[in-house]
Write a protein that binds this ligand. Sequence first.
Ligand code: BGC
Length: 346
Amino acid sequence: MGFFSPLCKISRRGKYFVLLLLLLSVLAWIATFSGETVKSGRFFSATPQTLIKEDTLRVKVNTWTEATNLLKTPPPKVECPQESPLLQGALKLSFEASLKLKDVVSDNKGVTEGEYTPPDCTARQSVAILIPHRSRERHLLYLLHHLHPFLQRQQLHYAIYVIQQAGDATFNRAKLLNVGYLEALKDYSWECFIFHDVDLVPENDHNLYVCDKQPKHLVVGRNATGYKLRYKGYFGGVTAMTREQFLQVNGFSNTYWGWGGEDDDLRIRVELQKMKILRPPADVARYTMVFHKRDSGNEINKDRMRLLGRTQQVWRKDGLNSCSYKTMSVERLPLYVNVTVDIGKP
Ligand code: BGC
């Protein structure tokens, strides 16, 4: 009988005993592989049967809680793609005299108090758009009409701030932009700031309103100047700087009252920090300027050349760190945050 011969010699009771032992070892082996009894630190303080029952119950309860939680919480958002699939390229702009604020509000249902977050993905940047303003309601309406859908197509988390200069002292664009930066940061830690003239409407949504490793100038050309850069160092109209870049140059100077010079001053500050100005391709960085006469209260600043001559000496003391103002009101309107501010006079 060879191999089986020793078994044949054992009594019938002995055979049953061997079989029972075999059966028990198989059961023990299965239990080890299920992993549940071994994982529990209480293995020796309870019978294996009660442990298996308890653990199975816990697993069931956990699975149920997880399943109901999954139903309650929306799926985690993925980062928005590098290039938004919603971009359309060159746009047909419209400046209808019949356009009403309520039309722009109802066209932008995703915007709450001037702020928008893409619904389906996490935006790559959080951007505050700052628009200095006084008595240019029609221009503001046209800009909001185009800018909101434009920014939504770029899948940005953004908010628009309009900074209104109270009173009728000479206009100071640069100081209003400093105020906008300081006020917007009270709401949220925006990583990118767009300093935007009210009368410039972007023509192509590939002109991305995001910040880069270096400051960006977004207006290469505009209709009024044959879509050519006005001059080599031109840094006006619409610019983009990160929170840190703007802080590093101490923001704009507060001393430019009236039209001109403040954007050249900012360029000097940027160059003093050895930063390099980037520009998008000319066929993309195109704007339509809404026609207007020179505003009263914003006369040409005849002192601007003298001021530009002293930027290098004063930039550390004149800027964000010396910007004094009195906030009159902060209204959270449907399409923008309206900051009205007393910035004093020249
Ligand atoms: C002014 C700038 C202005 C530019 C373009 C310059 O002479 O100093 O402030 O943006 O002209 O009009």
